[in-house]
Design a protein around this ligand. Structure first.
Ligand code: MSP
Length: 507
C-alpha cells in the first residue's frame, strides 16, 4: 500500500481560537480523508508548538507555570479538533520527552558537524511571530509578517550556517518545480530571501527559560522554530533505536502551512534537513488566509468568534464546507456569516439536502422505500450517468493539485444536474400513469445512485453528512472502487428512515 504522510503546522497554544485557525487543519483533514478513500496508508499529524518566549510571558501573566498553561490549552485544542471531526493519526506535543531528547541530539550533531557555531546575536526580534529580523527587512519599522513592534535583542547565541545551504537550496528549487506550491510563493521565496542572500540563523536564546536546553550549554534554549520544525521527524522516531515509523513515512508527502510561515518551511527546514543528510519533504503548500473585512482573522485584531459557536449553530459539516469551499485553495478569501448562511442555504440545504430528501421521500411514497434496479435506461438518463462516472476522475485531478474547493464544485455540479433531471423527468407525472411505473422506478434509481456517487466522495469533505446519506440509502457500497460502474445500489433493498440533512437558515 502506498504511504502518504501529511502534516499541519503544530499550533501555538492559543487561548482563543478563530475560524482562520481551523483552515489548515480542516483542509489537511479533507486531503487525508481523500487519500485514505483512494487507498493510501495515510499518516496525518498535527499538534502543538509549546515552547518560546511568547508562551512563557503568557503563563507569567496568568500566574501559572508554562507547562500548566499549555496543558490546559492543549485540552482545548484537542476539543476543537474533535468537534471539527479531524481524523489525525497523531497529536504531537513539543513538550513530549522524546521530542526534547531528539532536538538536543540534533543540535549536538549539527554543532559537532560545524553547522552550528557560537557567536553573539544583535538584532531585532518579533516575539508574537518568534522571528528574527534585520532593520532592512522591517516594514515601517514593524514586523513585516504581523505589523507589530519588534524588540532589540543582544545576547550570546548559537548560529546555524544557513548561508552554507544557499546554493544547494537554489538548485533544489530549480530541479523540483512542485516542491513549493503555489508557484507564486516559490517566486516570493526566491526573490525576497534567496536572491538577497541567506544570513546565518540565530538558533538559541538565553534571556528566558521556557524551551529545550542545549545539552552542552544549558543556559541556552533552542530557538523555538528549530524546536518546532523538527517535530515532523522527531515524532516518527528519527534518531531513536526504533525508527520504523521514520523509515516508513519520511519524507513527508505534504506539509500544509499558511503562507506567513512558508519561509520557515521552505528555507530553514530544508536547510536543516540537508545538514542532517535527510530527504526533503515532497511538497510544501502555502495556503492563503481567511479574512474578515480584508484583514487576516487574528487574535490581535479581535475580529472573530470561537468556531465552536458556528458548529453549535450550523453543524460541523456546514463549517467544514465553508472552510473548504469558500476560497480557492492558495488564495485569500473573505469570511462572513452572511456568506456562510448563503452557502448553507444554496448548496447544503437546497442542492444537496433537498435532492436527497425529495428522492428518498418519492421512493417511500411510490415504492414503499424499496429500490428498483432498472433493466434498461433511456436516452435522457445517459448524460447523468456519464457525468457520474466521470466525477471520480475529475475529483482526483483536482485533489492531485490540492484544488479542494474545485473538487467540491464538481461534486455539487453533479447534484445540480440531478435536481435538473427531476425537473426534466417529472416523477410525479410518471406516478399518475400505471404503465409508467417501471420508468418511475428507473428515474428514482438513477437519482439514488447519483446521490450515492456524491456521498462516497463527500466522505472526504463532509464525513458526517456522507455517512448519514449512505446510511439512509442502506448501502455498504461506500468504497471509491464502487464508482467505476453506475449501478452499485442493490435491487429490492429498503432504504432507511431519513430526516432532512440541513435546514434552511432564516437570516
Ligand atoms: N507554531 C507555528 C507553526 C510551527 S510549524 C513547525 C504557527 N502556529 S499558529 O497557531 O500561529 O498557526 C497555525 C496554522 O493556522 C498556520 O498554518 C496558520 O497559517 C493558520 N492560520 C492562522 N490564522 C489564519 C487565518 N486567518 N487564515 C488561514 N489560516 C491561518 O504558525
Amino acid at each position: 500500500m502506498k504511504k502518504y504522510y501529511i502534516t499541519t503546522p503544530i499550533y501555538y497554544p492559543s487561548a482563543s481560537f478563530h475560524i482562520g485557525h481551523c483552515y489548515t487543519t480542516v483542509s489537511a483533514d479533507a486531503i487525508a480523508r481523500y487519500k485514505r478513500l483512494t487507498g493510501y496508508d495515510v499518516y496525518f499529524q498535527t499538534g502543538t508548538d509549546e515552547h518560546g518566549q511568547k508562551i512563557e510571558r503568557k503563563a507569567n501573566e496568568a500566574n501559572v507555570s508554562p507547562k500548566e498553561y499549555v496543558d490546559e490549552i492543549v485540552r482545548d485544542t484537542k476539543d476543537l479538533w474533535e468537534k471539527l471531526n479531524i481524523s489525525y493519526n497523531r497529536f504531537y506535543r513539543t513538550t513530549e520527552e522524546d521530542h526534547i531528547e531528539i532536538v538536543q541530539k540534533i543540535f549536538s550533531y549539527l554543532y559537532q558537524k560545524g553547522d552550528i557555531y557560537k557567536g553573539e546575536y544583535k538584532g531585532l526580534y518579533c516575539t508574537p511571530c518568534e522571528a528574527f529580523w534585520t532593520v532592512t527587512q522591517l516594514v515601517d519599522g514593524k514586523c513585516p509578517d504581523c505589523g507589530r513592534e519588534v524588540e532589540e535583542v543582544k545576547e550570546e547565541s548559537y548560529f546555524f550556517r544557513l548561508s552554507k545551504y544557499q546554493k544547494q537550496l537554489e538548485n533544489y528549487f530549480e530541479k523540483h518545480p512542485n516542491f513549493i506550491q503555489p508557484v507564486s510563493r516559490k517566486n516570493e521565496m526566491i526573490n525576497n530571501f534567496l536572491k538577497p542572500g541567506l544570513e546565518d540563523l540565530c538558533v538559541s536564546r538565553t534571556t528566558f527559560n521556557w524551551g529545550i536546553p542545549v545539552k552542552e550549554d544549558p543556559k541556552h534554549v533552542v530557538y523555538v522554530w528549530i524546536d518546532a520544525l523538527t517535530n515532523y521527524i522527531t515524532s516518527l522516531g528519527y534518531m531513536k533505536d526504533h525508527d520504523e515509523m521514520f523509515q516508513k513515512y519520511w519524507p513527508a508527502d505534504l506539509h500544509l502551512v499558511g503562507k506567513e510561515i512558508i519561509r520557515f518551511h521552505t528555507i530553514i527546514w530544508p536547510s536543516i534537513l540537508m545538514a542532517l543528510d535527510l530527504e526533503l519533504p515532497k511538497q510544501i503548500f502555502g495556503h492563503g488566509w481567511l479574512m474578515i473585512d480584508g484583514k487576516k482573522i487574528s487574535k490581535s485584531l479581535g475580529n472573530y468568534k470561537d468556531p465552536r459557536e458556528y458548529i453549535n449553530d450550523y453543524g460541523v459539516d456546514a463549517v467544514r464546507y465553508i472552510i473548504l469551499r469558500e476560497v480557492p485553495f492558495g488564495n485569500d478569501g473573505n469570511f462572513t456569516v452572511e456568506g456562510m448562511i448563503n452557502r448553507i442555504n444554496a448548496d447544503l440545504a437546497n442542492n444537496l439536502g433537498n435532492l436527497v430528501n425529495r428522492t428518498l421521500s418519492m421512493l417511500d411514497k411510490y415504492f414503499d422505500g424499496i429500490i428498483q434496479k432498472p433493466t434498461k435506461q433511456e436516452e435522457v438518463d445517459n448524460d447523468l450517468i456519464q457525468m457520474s462516472l466521470s466525477l471520480p476522475r475529475q475529483v482526483e485531478d483536482k485533489m492531485e493539485q490540492l484544488k479542494i474547493s474545485e473538487a467540491l464544485t464538481d461534486i455539487f455540479d453533479l447534484l445540480k444536474s440531478a435536481n435538473k433531471y427531476i425537473d426534466d423527468t417529472m416523477p410525479w407525472v410518471l406516478a399518475k400513469d400505471d404503465s409508467k411505473k417501471e420508468r418511475l422506478g428507473t428515474v428514482l434509481y438513477n437519482l439514488l445512485e447519483v446521490i450515492r456517487f456524491a456521498a462516497v466522495l463527500l466522505q472526504a469533505y463532509l464525513p458526517d453528512t456522507a455517512e448519514k446519506i449512505l446510511n439512509q440509502l442502506n448501502t455498504k457500497e461506500k468504497d471509491i472502487s464502487t464508482l467505476t460502474k453506475f449501478g452499485g445500489l442493490k435491487d429490492q433493498v429498503k432504504i432507511n428512515e431519513h430526516v432532512p440533512l440541513f435546514l434552511r437558515i432564516e437570516k
